[in-house]
Design a binder for this molecule. Sequence first.
Ligand SMILES: [Zn+2]
Length: 429
Amino acid sequence: MNHPIRVNFERLREDVLALSRIGQTPDQGIHRMAFSEGDLEGRRWFRSRIEAAGLEVYEDGAANLHARLDWDDKRPSVMMGSHLDTVPGGGPLDGALGVLVGLEVLRTVKEAGVALKHPLEAVDFTDEEGRFGGLFGSQAIAGQLTPAVIHNARDLDGVTLTEAMASWGLDANAALFARRAPDSIHAYLELHIEQGPVLDRNQVSIGVVDAITGLFKWDVRLMGQTNHAGTTPMDMRVDSFQGLAEFAGEINRILEEHGSPHSRATIGRVELKPGAANTVPGQTSFSLDVRDTDAETLRNLADAFRRTLSALARRRDLMFEFDVLSEIPPMRCDPGLVQLVTDTAERLELKHLRMPSGAAHDAQIMGSVTRTGMIFVPSLEGKSHSASEWTAWEDIERGANLALHTVLQLAAADAGAAIREQKPKRKQA
Ligand SMILES: [Zn+2]
């Protein structure tokens, strides 16, 4: 009879519940924005859990908290990670689950006494959710920060990152020293909730992520002529909103012709000026957010959107201009790691689906440093960034065991033995 090694699910479950009470507000949403009281309490709790497990704690210059096993500063590590910070009114699992599963994997490996050829790390990355811009901790590790980026980072209330960190006794510029040499990390694996409806709707427990979408975000302005809604005949108007209406109607055609099944385009903000019911709007400004997992497809989409806008502006006598607000390249997961996660899911007899991630994650940044993979577990009804975000316990357990087995194959001196031999010393809940 084969008894493959398993995580201590009851312990993981208690950690998820304990952490979900930190930053919890009466409206049930969780408030652990980076360097808020809730975030600091969450970090203190995580640190105490690392220490209680007899693992090494390391806090780097970007305030990322690392749990470490078998660390010797020489061999490259197998790193797991995600984030304990939340959006305002966030849920209990976004980010938190990946960090807690990482900790549980380290505890399980330590207790089983597995000999490791690579040390293990489980990391809580600082400000993934973006109180001060987002993905701060992973960017620090990837060496993507500059003194100017750190200096300019501020939240919506104008509090700078430098001030926020100083109020907790931390020096924001020390984040420049958190950079890790690529040869100090053997591989990076992140478990995260899907935050979308695909796995839940298909009743599949595991998503094997093969790519994380990139995006471009534009701020577009169409300028026509402001005029009286009653006295200006329809054929004598230069109505900027009519330009937007025509453009919005073209979006699906553009995606069909130039995009992929993974392409997404969204107009999420529209502002009409002067913005009165009895006035033809002379200016329409709107956001355009376009995503895909392939860099060339994104370029083609950008060209097509620009051509369409400029053609309809010409036809309608509108002026048209746009600013690029952000451009994030897509990230392909390491094909070897995608295959390893897939094979491991099959061996554990877990229903799985290969899929892209539509949301950004620390893994996207870590992909610039080391070979990177991601595991998704289902989000009930696709809900996330809300108090009702949830994943069935059985799926959490399946995801955690898949992470454990994947990490063992990457890091154990004798992976075959480590996976098969369960020491009969722990009672399973
Ligand atoms: Zn997240």
